[in-house]
Design a protein around this ligand. Structure first.
Ligand SMILES: *Cc1c(COP(=O)(O)O)cnc(C)c1O
Length: 754
């Protein structure tokens, strides 16, 4: 049946027609027609199947992405045009699934898209959070968290009619499986994202996101990353993790049996990927299930080691998970003895306590377990992998050098260029044909167009058009006004001290003081921020309050407002990113060197023709190598310097502050009467004190170099011809960061699916 007839049937079922339907009805009918078409399609086949385990899948809205991959986007656009509307208007009815936090979850979503698009057999395994990550409310000048329910009567979730019984300490809990279809791009493949859920989920809390964390049976899938500042919250995280991996491991063994293989053959027919440490308990759970099926413990451990692979996403110590053994004994008593046995086995390979799974305090080190009992371990950008091997996981890397490799992250160009920036995608296709849509490395063909005036002009024109579109979206959706002819300088990502939004705030204050002294810039500047802070992360929330106060200060000042605007976009998510990134001129990637494992928004910005202002951290290093120093703005201390400063413990922010009069003037503004009148005094004071007394991520150390480099970048922006060449170089070299390339490498070196 053709798609138009399917859509007609879906509308008729709803008692309406293409002509009469509301936008909401059009969205529901498109969702049903697309989902039902996908349910008739087959998953990729192969001898070895991948299960990609992740606590987060930040998939974003799915209608447009699915239509693009199914090759139906143009047809649907034409159908909707007949009815006087557009896909953009209709998709505004789609709630964004809030199944992820940030980069790690978005990476998992890009990977599923690439796995299906390369025709590889691989499904995602995760949890069906009902209220997801919170929705951010900034109306009071500080962040408030609200539940973000996204599961409507018509949703992408399909009841798979399959469930597993998870053996918790308090008794068994049923895990029901729901699927989201994942179509490949133009290849007729549909893989699945399996999301497990409790049978009797709790309703949304009345106010905020506080709920009864002890009510595991109904609250287990309420929220992603429940507040872990108390024990009940930490235990709930362990309940969530074990629920996900136990149900997933049972699914794997059931499918193995359905395919006609014995449990001993697991490693030959299955690859398990552990996305960061949250799914680590899949290792002891698979061992437990194999032993239950009659496999000897040591054999089971070997099979599981050959099946599993682990990707590390951070070197921040607080993010390398450890759990007291008694948590596991209470939550998942079936695997506690397995973990002790695995620890004993690992100690026969290496007696060093630094690599133990269970330490002397009876605490379980998840990353250590992952490295001992995976056959492959990877970092997510060249610099990150190097730091893992030479410092963070050094003893383990010395024990198992053959396990370690790098897999630099990527993004799917279907969503992050074709989907969110159609004008640019069309401009590229008109110039070099559409081969780049299947093979992003062919974007390099654009380099031959450096002398083609109309192509180069077109880049500037499209950027301006996207800035007009963003201006309209910000007005309609976020109630903020920006000047579309200003420079759009954008920092959007989770709020974290290591990402250093607070350093960008120092630039904003410096610029404000310059303007007050009469040094107005060549052109107005719009500084755009978007970020959620973890609910229990006080300093991150304080930084949001600082930025909101600065936004008011600048907006209230008639001398400043025409030249400098600071816009904080509420509730940053994938949908917001899809509007912001195509319109950005400058991409802020200013983490303290050595702290950002990779970053992926840096890649999205690059593909959309923004120029990076950043430190040599994460994948910025590879961006710089690809585009050349003339097409990126680099500043700040190197990762070696930073690691040395931490080792010696001799960074003193108050020395920097005392030595630099201009910097101390900038900092004083944070606690000045005019700012205190516009923001929460407690928040502002804490930020100020932290800068001077602690500054753990060394914002003051790099602040001067940052200001100078940003000024140079903004001055260069005025040479529009030269800037357009920088844009061209960035777009043309961005193809390396296609997640298709990343997935090919995972498959070639780790999964061996094809
Ligand atoms: C890409 C993306 C991220 C990751 O951003 P980084 O700057 O790499 O940390 C986070 N959130 C959303 C919504 C994204 O789309």
């Amino acid at each position: 049946m053709d798609f138009e007839s399917r859509l007609g049937d879906a509308l008729a079922d709803m008692g309406t027609s293409l002509e009469a339907a509301s936008k909401q009805q059009l969205f529901c009918a498109l969702l049903r027609a697309t989902r039902d078409l996908e349910l008739e399609m087959a998953p990729a086949a192969g001898d070895r199947k991948l299960y990609y385990f992740s606590a987060e899948f930040l998939v974003g809205r799915l209608l447009r992405a699915n239509l693009i991959n199914l090759g139906l986007a143009d047809e649907v656009e034409a159908l909707l045009a007949r009815r006087g509307t557009s896909l953009a208007e209709v998709e505004d009815c789609e709630p964004e699934p809030s199944l992820g936090n940030g980069g790690l979850g978005r990476l998992a979503a890009c990977f599923l898209d690439s796995i299906a698009s390369l025709g590889l057999p691989g499904d995602g395994v995760g949890l069906n959070y009902h209220y997801g990550l919170f929705r951010q409310d900034l109306s009071e000048g500080v962040q408030r968290e609200e539940p973000n329910p996204w599961i409507a009567p018509d949703s992408w979730l399909v009841d798979a009619q399959r469930s597993f019984s998870v053996p918790f300490g308090f008794g068994d809990l049923e895990a029901r499986m729901y699927d989201i279809e994942v179509p490949g791009y133009g290849n007729g493949t549909v893989n699945r994202l399996h999301l497990f859920d409790v049978a009797d989920p709790a309703p949304a809390p009345e106010h905020g996101i506080a709920f009864d964390k002890g009510d595991v049976r109904s609250c287990l899938t309420s929220f992603l990353y429940p507040d872990d500042s108390d024990e009940a919250g930490r235990l709930l995280r362990v309940y969530q993790q074990y629920f996900m991996v136990s149900a997933g491991a049972q699914l794997i063994l059931a499918e193995l049996e359905e395919r006609g293989f014995a449990p001993e053959e697991l490693d030959r027919h299955v690859a398990v990927h552990i996305n960061d440490t949250h799914p680590s308990m899949v290792i002891p759970e698979l061992v437990r299930l194999l032993v239950e099926r009659g496999v000897a413990f040591e054999d089971a451990a070997g099979i599981v080691e050959r099946t599993c692979a682990y990707a590390n996403h951070t070197i921040l110590a607080e993010a390398l998970e450890t759990w007291p053994m008694w948590y596991i004994e209470r939550v998942a008593p079936g695997i506690a003895p397995v973990i002790r046995q695995l620890d004993a086995l690992a100690r026969t390979r290496c007696a060093d306590d630094a690599v133990a799974i269970v330490d002397a305090a009876d605490v379980v080190h998840m990353a250590n377990m992952d490295v001992h009992f995976s056959h492959a371990v990877n970092g997510v950008a060249a610099l990150h992998t190097q730091i893992l091997v030479t410092s963070e996981l050094r003893p383990l890397a010395e024990l198992y050098p053959e396990k370690f490799s790098n897999k630099t992250n990527g993004i799917t160009f279907r969503r992050w260029l074709m989907g969110c920036n159609q004008p640019l995608a069309d401009h590229i296709t008109a110039a070099i044909g559409d081969g780049w849509k299947r093979d992003a490395s062919r974007l390099e063909e654009l380099l031959a167009l450096r002398g083609d005036d109309s192509f180069v002009r077109g880049l500037l024109d499209i950027k301006q058009r996207n800035k007009f579109s963003l201006t309209a979206w910000l007005r309609a959706e976020k109630n903020v006004e920006v000047d579309p002819h200003s420079v759009f300088d954008v920092q959007v990502k989770r709020m974290h001290q290591y990402k250093r939004q607070q350093m960008n705030a120092l630039y904003a204050i410096w610029k404000y003081l310059q303007i007050k002294r009469g040094n107005v810039p060549n052109r107005p500047l719009t500084m755009v921020f978007g970020a959620k802070a973890a609910p229990a992360y006080e300093l991150a929330k304080d930084t949001i309050a600082l930025l909101l106060a600065l936004s008011r200060l600048f907006g209230d000042d008639p001398e400043v407002a025409p030249w400098l605007r600071l816009v904080f976009v509420e509730n940053y998510n994938v949908t917001a990113a899809e509007h912001l990134i195509p319109a950005a001129d400058v991409s802020e990637q200013i983490s303290l060197a050595s702290k950002e494992a990779s970053g992926t928004s840096n890649m999205k910005f690059m593909a959309n023709g923004a120029v990076t202002l950043g430190t040599l951290d994460g994948a910025n290093v590879e961006i710089a190598d690809l585009v050349g120093r003339e097409n990126i703005y680099l500043f700040g201390r190197s990762s070696e310097d930073v690691i040395g400063l931490y080792e010696r413990g001799d960074y003193r922010p108050w020395d920097v502050w005392q030595a630099d009069g201009e910097l101390s003037e900038v900092l004083d503004l944070i606690v000045s009467p005019e700012l205190l009148a516009r923001g929460d005094a407690g928040c502002l004071t804490r930020v100020y004190r932290d800068f001077i007394a602690k500054d753990w991520f060394m914002a003051l150390l790099d602040a001067r170099d940052y200001v100078v480099t940003k000024e140079r970048c903004l001055a260069d922006y005025e040479d529009r011809g030269a800037w357009a060449q920088k844009m061209l170089a960035n777009v043309a070299r961005s193809g390396f960061f296609s997640s298709d390339r990343t997935i090919r490498e995972y498959d070639r070196d780790i999964w061996h699916l094809a």
